[in-house]
Design a protein around this ligand. Sequence first.
Ligand code: ADP
Length: 397
Amino acid sequence: MAKIMAVNAGSSSIKFQLLDMPEEKVITSGVMERIGLAEGIFTLKYNGKKEETHPVLPTHKEGVELLLKTLIEKGIVKSLDEITGVGHRVVQGGEYFKDSCLVDDTVIAKIQELADLAPLHNPAHIIGIKAFQAALPNVPQVVVFDTVFHQTMPEEAYMYATPYEWYTKYGIRKYGAHGTSHKYVSQRAAELIGKPLEETKTIVCHLGNGASISAVDGGKCKDTSMGLTPLEGIPMGTRSGNLDPTVVSYICEKENKTAAEVVNILNKKSGYLGMSGRSNDARDVTAGMNAGDHRCKLTFDVQAKRIVDYIAAYYVYMGGCDVIAFTAGMGENLKHLRKNIIDRLGVLGVKLDEKLNDTFSDERIISTPDSKIQVWIIPTNEEVMIARDTVRIANIK
Ligand code: ADP
């Protein structure tokens, strides 16, 4: 039996999950936040308990050291030798990485080089990788890229109609994001409807604070809504999604801002937050809508409309669809948004079972038996995909 640590390191945080493989059982999970600040937050879940402490975590290195020490102190592992592999989520792998891979100096250098496309994420991942390398020098470290799953997109789907040299010189194209989630959900969707993956067409709606849709045909991504960066696609918590790029130069002129400042607003102050004027959190916007606030209602309607635009396009692009799957915070929990979306798909013969949509439970079908496309809620599980890839790539028995 192998214990694999799945890691998602951010600039000031480390999320982790320790899994028993191949059983895929979670032994412990948690997060270290506010690394580098005066007081950190360390949340640890194990044995049905959740504990929060407030250690000082000057850097990721101290965070990882404390995490490993705590695993032993709490009896979660008897010895660190039990951890046979560490898998790291990496947001951007560009065109260079077509699969997960073992970490070495060249891989780290490449992840650093690709930081231009993911300035907040890739450098933070490297800090996380180095911290685990230092703490567990004899344990294989594997990197699992969010972009890999989207590398199967055909050229016609990933190319922008911009000067071709922008692609050859600077790599300007669609890379997509949330690939590990889209892969997990599409594989699980095929299992749930009892069809071989190779014959299953799935539209995955990953609707969290960041949100993306993908068309998965026979287990391979054919198209996805996020682009060069996660700004493209549907409106999200704080991101605008698609718009006419002229908006950028227009606002630059009107408000005397640089392009980078306006793009920052499109990333951080738009979407749910910008439209509703209340919050990026769908729960607050729902409360506003229920209290009769027009802008809150409009926020959901705009997003639902745009999501349906993608679903319709992907339905046609794949030549049909067997399953529409909802995942992530909003996809799993926001029943009124799911209804708003599915009710617009009547022309495709999709029918929502409102009772099932309203019932709270985890993985479940929410379409009626006569619906032409099955609709499922499938909670995503990126950690399990990271652990699976770590076992596969590091050849852990
Ligand atoms: P990310 O991982 O991209 O930060 P999540 O997948 O956690 O995002 O999703 C966050 C979104 O999900 C927020 O808008 C939040 O309001 C919504 N959400 C989470 N839980 C619930 C819930 N129980 N009911 C309604 N919305 C929820």
